[in-house]
Write a protein that binds this ligand. Sequence first.
Ligand code: PEP
Ligand code: MG
Length: 626
Amino acid sequence: MNLALLALPKKRCLELSSLNKRWSFERLKVPDTFFWPKHALSPGSMEIKRGIAVSAGVAIGPALVLDTESFRIPQRFVESKQLEEERRRLHEALAAAARDARGNQQAVTEKVGPQYGAIFAAHAHLIEDPTLAGEIEALIVKEGFAAEYAVSRIMRRHAKALESIDSGHLATRAVDLFDIEKAILRNLLGQRREQLQQLLEPVIVLAHDLTPSETAVLDPRKVFAFATEAGGRASHTAIMAGALEIPAVVGLGRFLTDVSGGDLVIVDGNRGIVILNPDEETQERYEHMRSSLLSFESQLGELRDLPAETRDGERIALLGNIEFPHEAVHCEERGADGVGLYRTEFLYLGRQSDPSEAEHLDAYLTVLHTLGRKPLVIRTLDLGADKFATNPDYNADERNPFLGLRSVRLCLRNLTLFKTQMRAILRASAFGDVRILFPMVSTILELRQCKMILAEVKEDLEEEGIAFNRKLPVGTMIEVPSAAIMADQLAREVNFFSIGTNDLIQYTLAADRTNETVASLYSPGDPAVLRLIELVVNAAQKHQVEINVCGEMSGEPIYTLLLLGMGLRQLSVTPHKIPEIKKILRSVTVTEAKKVAHEALCLETARDVNNFLREQTRRILPEVVG
Ligand code: PEP
Ligand code: MG
């Protein structure tokens, strides 16, 4: 077992909270079937990785590493009487992996020539090398490791050694070693994929990437945090982490090769840092952070029943963004003024058929039941791009899914699907302050089509004698630059606007919101984005339509002053961000915010805007920025 883990007295695993989350400690139980050897391997040296903070909170715990093929490589030990069996498993897996490599060699040679087949011949040669088998076997016998862990450990050690040699050619050979590792693991694990929803012990999940649907099934009691090599700040995976309140860092670049299952890891979702094998001093520092966070958190808790009102008396509606019906409770617990964005895609995830009208209605009524008379904005289906459904009908194999048949475009081609959801939304409107919101609208005609279908559905319900709110407020998301540019015209067609900065930023700057390699371009503070927001706010004010911002930007403390100063009076944020944003709103005046916005809008680069806003926010509330 990792010594660093043992260094945590009694509590083997602890979860540190975010600014807004409670601190909690959990004991990590040792599974009955395994035992920890007396002479554990010494921990690797501490390494700090920097990525993109997407879900606040800090957690410390043992790593569960999922490589690109989602193999789990746990640090598992076997009892001495099982060592023989473990060696047998290893040799069988090595033999099978060598056979696979020779098979590949033959197939590839036939298809593309012997020079390519030779790559696999080299793989087979290495796998059959008795020195390699000897090294792995020694780790099994001496340390009591399970075969898959020993394989992973040895192969990664060699790969890292190659990578560290200052030679491009040798470094690329490391890739072959990872391939070989996978080939052996595939045989050891029998192609098994890790079932993240069936974890027995609390872990920190480290993966190349997690899909939104994989993230949706994570159990926050078992997954203390996750960190991924890929991913961007506004990816749906990141949003899902926020919804589940699991601390997360994404876009770390390649790091999985530096870590083994069971290693102690800290994920700092506040600052976008992942620390592998933290030394004792670092662990202590994180424990110290705990007390200051706790006191700030209790201050925030006291705000729950106070209004989000500026120092000069301007009342701001602070609403919650939700993905799952039960999150309405999280909104209530944080004193939200309602739900400003209910993303309904979760109803379609993980199933082969569409949800029925009754299933939609049931979900909406669950939320209404919690909210009482507070507003609930239900957004119609926004599937596509990074929001994948499991139903193959909606996973068109497109060259460019972010620009393809997604969201409202998809609904307009599937009227049964669209009308089913509209019927449920209308029926729910008989029971509370429900509003309907259309996503990804890019032209006025598209919006008119949506409204026309809504009118048809109303007629049907009327004929059937089913109750609904005839004046159901209709809104459009402004998340495509064309919609922002045409806001003046769109405002005549709707009751409210909701600015979706997550998409607005990616489409304005042509920077994929899920792609870590263009993360530096993807910034809410970019002057181009700010100018579009300004256009939309002006149009909304001119036509007196309500307007809010529901993208992740509205929950990022450094943008609160800016949005307030630009004229926003409604913000819809991830529930756990509500207290922090309320605290900022209650600490400033509109006059101050207007001044800040005015200055920010004169700046020419995202970096200048962000630095300026960070400074201004720090001046008012150092705790939220520092
Ligand atoms: C947005 O694009 O800002 C938004 C709120 O929608 P989503 O993140 O669900 O695409
Ligand atoms: Mg969007």
